[in-house]
Design a protein around this ligand. Structure first.
Ligand code: IMP
Ligand code: MG
Length: 179
């Protein structure tokens, strides 16, 4: 693997597809064990989490459902500060066991806005599965129950994550190379 260029920036290989698959498999196994018989509803936050959600969901070996919401707060490499709901919470989630699936917890702002909205609908439980988290960037009281990787406070792309629209289809994870 070598450097790739997206728009005006260069990225280098960071976490490869095998390492990703191993972590996703073990999260799936953990969730399978924790949710056996509970018919959990996965809520995947678009756009970033669609690839992680598809892989994780297929590693869940018990009855489960999935739905999607679309929230956005990012533009380029900086979080914009306001969380916009473009597609909202689907149907009736009263009494359901919810697993939120997110690509990355950065400042935590997106989830700090979304989780209270979800709790208003009286689910039985809410847990959070994220592909990545950046503990140094966190500004809200958000903690994932299932995390694939904790990373340093750097910008990454691939496996669903983008830089201004590009990079989501990279099967491996890349990190900013030109500071
Ligand atoms: P938060 O609300 O600041 O936690 O940001 C969450 C959202 O910002 C994620 O769902 C991503 O879409 C985006 N994001 C945060 N860090 C990165 C990154 O390093 N690369 C690409 N997108 C990112
Ligand atoms: Mg994004």
């Amino acid at each position: 693997m070598s450097l790739i260029k997206l728009h005006d920036r260069c990225f280098r290989p960071f976490i490869n597809r095998q390492q990703i698959a191993e972590r996703v498999n073990s999260l799936g196994a953990e969730i399978t064990k924790d949710y056996h018989g509970l018919d959990p509803l996965f809520i995947s936050i678009l756009n970033g989490s669609f690839i992680f959600a598809a892989d994780l969901f297929r590693e869940v070996k018990t009855h489960a459902e999935i739905a999607f919401v679309k929230l956005s707060s990012y533009s380029g490499m900086a979080s914009s500060g306001t969380v916009i709901t473009e597609i909202g919470i689907p149907g009736d989630i009263t009494g359901r066991h919810i697993v939120i699936v997110e690509d990355i917890i950065d400042t935590g702002r997106t989830l700090a806005a979304f989780i209270p909205e979800l709790l208003k609908e009286n689910p039985a439980s809410v847990k959070l599965a994220c592909f990545l988290s950046k503990p140094e960037a966190l500004q809200h009281d958000i903690k994932a129950d299932y995390t694939c990787f904790e990373i340093q406070n750097e910008f990454v792309v691939g496996y669903g994550l983008d830089y201004d629209g590009l990079g989501r289809n990279l099967p491996d994870l890349y990190i900013l190379a030109d500071q």
